[in-house]
Design a protein around this ligand. Structure first.
Ligand code: TXA
Ligand code: MG
Length: 317
């Protein structure tokens, strides 16, 4: 199958309506989309990504006003967060209705709903008669794609079309909020910061389970490059040949390592800019021919720094 890359929203809509997969741009990362109401289309996502069936997918809507079609209940906290952050980098997990096939939710009684803000994908969703199930458009366990080229690099000849919407403006996945014991809980750090969530619904519990097979995005080894990566462990550097050392840093260079071997994600010290550059830096370093070892520093534990640290921690091995 030849993979085409372009900006033809009508073609993307036609393919999706015919039960095919299309990679779509979102403000967080590129998604690999299928008709969420068609189990035969959704199963292709799992095959192309090599994704275990126990890892549920996010369902993308054109407007949160449609949530009642797919969710059995919309608690007050969810409505408040949706009003403030949707469209945007937020996913809300709610009890599901039967119209959502079991393969989408891996048999769970809940469905994850998100309203992306990217204008092309918004237009695409408004042309469709169904919502889109879409995980990040990378092979399972690997770094998420933030450009159309990243998708092509890994899914070439596996899908018919990539809708090219330019580089993702946020660069890390959506923040996931669900409910536990009647209270909202953060299940994944992402593009909406903890501070922003607090600002709308007050204190929330954090449940970033690392061993729960029901949320593999939270599995300890995920977002992982092929090269070795250390997180927050610069003291191991001396054990490696200096030529092989690379760094991922926030705003400053690490002393003793040549500048050209270092990736500074935001010289100005802006965590949003750092988040936008994170996955591209990981991919670039991973593409190096020889064996290297990547030392990523811990970013400030605030704002989007929490999502960055979470991804680096899971990429470490
Ligand atoms: O920003 C994003 O969220 C991107 C773009 C494409 O929308 N999507 C994304 O999808 O990151 P994915 O599949 O890579 O990560 C989705 C995460 C997984 O960790 C999955 O376990 C969790 O969402 N998830 C999905 N449905 C769930 C549910 N019903 N309960 C708990 N977790 C769920
Ligand atoms: Mg993913």
């Amino acid at each position: 199958m030849l993979t085409q890359l372009g900006q033809d929203i009508s073609l993307a809509a036609e393919l999706l309506t015919a039960g095919e997969l299309v990679a779509i741009p979102t403000e967080t990362v590129y998604g690999l989309a299928a008709n969420a109401l068609d189990p035969d289309a959704v199963v292709k996502i799992f095959e192309v990504k090599n994704r275990p069936r126990f890892d549920p997918l996010i369902v993308h809507l054109v407007d949160f006003a449609d949530a009642w079609k797919y969710a059995a209940a919309i608690p007050d906290w969810a409505q408040k967060l949706a009003s403030r952050f949707m469209p945007g980098p937020l996913t809300i997990v709610l009890p599901k209705l039967g119209i959502i096939p079991d393969i989408v939710t891996s048999g769970l009684g809940t469905v994850a709903l998100r309203v992306p803000s990217h204008s092309m994908t918004h237009e695409l969703l408004s042309q469709l008669k169904f919502p889109l199930a879409a995980p990040s458009a990378n092979p399972f366990g690997y770094v998420s794609p933030v450009t159309a080229q990243h998708v092509l690099d890994q899914l070439n000849e596996k899908i018919p079309y990539i809708l090219d919407g330019g580089p993702a403006s946020i660069g890390v996945e959506s923040t996931i909020v669900g409910e536990s014991n009647g209270k909202p809980v953060i299940m994944r750090y992402g593009g909406v910061s903890l501070e922003e969530i607090h600002g709308v619904i007050g204190e929330v519990d954090i449940m970033l389970s690392s061993s729960d097979p029901l949320a593999p995005g939270q599995l300890e080894s995920h977002y992982a490059p092929k090269q070795k990566l250390f997180f927050d462990s610069d003291f191991f550097i001396d054990e490696y040949d200096l030529d092989s050392v690379r760094t991922i840093r926030f705003s400053t260079h690490l002393e003793g390592v040549p500048y050209e071997q270092q990736r500074i994600l935001s010289p100005a010290g802006d965590l949003a800019e750092a988040a936008r550059n994170l996955f591209s830096a990981m991919r670039e370093l991973d593409g190096e021919e020889s064996a290297i070892v990547i030392f990523a520093e811990r970013f400030p534990d605030e704002g989007l720094g929490r999502a960055i640290n979470d991804r680096l921690q899971r990429a470490a091995k």
